[in-house]
Design a protein around this ligand. Structure first.
Ligand code: WQD
Length: 338
């Protein structure tokens, strides 16, 4: 199919572009490059072995979006575009609501006009809120503790209401756990624009010498070693999950589907640090500090629904995640060139 990938120059978007091309789909990217560098595109084309059309504009521009959907004969959409920094969303809530909700509504309106029905939406395990039962199953109630999380909860609600009103839609809500890792070539990977909020990119920057030491946000949680436990999933497993979801919704008559994309296994902060030291051969100095506001002790998926319905399962190990991250970080110590 001809698939539009919004935010396709981003971390998860770029990896998904490669997997879509690898599965035989034709891909078009739209990205406003507010959180991605144009040099990603050259890397993607190098890895895909083909030209990838990229359109640089904000999805809120209805006129440009109409031209794009018509010209590129788009048949389905995978929607990543959105701001995603939890802390920033607390400081700039209106930017997050305008961008994440506004762009999504503009995209849905344009898809309605062009009668494009398949949509895969990039949601997050953050919608399970601050006190989820673990392992998380898709039937749990949703809530949030920050504006970023609320935008995901609200977009999921928008899509529930839309598919109830117009059952011809074919929508997949994919709830990611903790995406980490990089394409094994080391040519694309996660490139935070500022000080990394997330654990894995921060550890990688310590290992490559860009940061002095890791701050471990608390070791007094009710977990085996006291540090936070998360379900880290390799970005290539995540990308494969998007291809599987797209192919499922375009061959089944269900207006709305929800799937967790996780491994079902939890890894603590200190376990991840040790795994990274083994994969990189570098020592990661760290200091235990106070808890970070809003953090929960444990988060990991029950991925059985995606396994049963999509025939999808995460296969890459925590070692793979660390080794692939390290290969990307070593080859690109400052991230993508500007
Ligand atoms: C993981 C663990 C921290 C950094 C976030 C978003 C979530 C999703 C994924 C978008 C926790 C600890 C971290 C550091 C640390 N993003 N940590 N030192 O918070 O589980 O999820 O990213 O959808 O919405 O909330 O990921 O990588 O920030 O933290 O000790 O410098 O590492 O306390 O236990 P998190 P994370």
């Amino acid at each position: 199919m001809r698939v539009l990938v919004t935010g396709g120059a981003g971390y998860i978007g770029s990896h998904t572009v490669l997997h879509l091309v690898g599965a035989g789909h034709e891909v078009v990217v739209v990205d406003d490059f507010s959180n991605a560098k144009p040099t990603v595109v050259g890397r993607l084309e190098e890895l895909a072995g083909r030209h990838i059309p990229v359109h640089a504009f904000d999805l809120a521009d209805a006129e440009k979006l109409d031209v794009l959907l018509a010209q590129e004969r788009v048949q389905a959409v995978v929607h990543f575009a959105g701001y995603k920094a939890v802390g920033e969303s607390v400081a700039q809530p209106l930017d997050y609501y305008r961008n994440n909700l506004g762009a999504t509504i503009a995209l849905l309106r344009a898809m309605q006009r062009h009668r494009i029905r398949p949509l895969v939406f990039s949601s997050s395990a953050t919608v399970y809120g601050p006190t989820p039962r673990v392992p998380m199953t898709e039937d749990l109630p949703t809530s949030a503790t920050n504006p970023y999380g609320w935008t995901k909860v609200m977009i999921e609600q928008m899509l529930r209401d839309l598919t109830a009103a117009e059952p011809q839609w074919r929508v997949a809500l994919l709830r990611y756990f903790n995406p980490v890792g990089a394409h094994p070539s080391g040519r694309i990977g996660e490139d935070p624009s500022d000080v990394p909020n997330n654990l894995m990119p921060y550890v990688a920057q310590v290992a490559v010498g860009r940061r002095g030491e890791l701050s471990v946000f608390g070791d007094d949680y009710d977990t085996p070693d006291g540090t936070g436990v998360r379900d880290y999933i390799h970005v290539d497993d995540l990308a494969a999950g998007h291809v599987a979801a797209l192919e499922w919704i375009t061959t089944h008559d269900r207006p709305l589907s929800v799937w967790n994309l996780g491994t079902g296994r939890g890894t603590s902060v200190l376990e991840l640090v040790r795994a990274f030291e083994q994969a990189s051969g570098r020592t990661i100095p760290y200091r235990v500090v106070g808890r970070r506001a809003g953090d929960i002790a444990s988060s990991y998926a029950d991925p059985s629904l995606a396994e049963a319905e999509l025939g999808w399962r995460a296969t890459r190990t925590v070692h793979d995640m660390c080794a692939d991250t390290w290969r990307w970080q070593q080859a690109n110590p400052e991230g993508y060139p500007s």
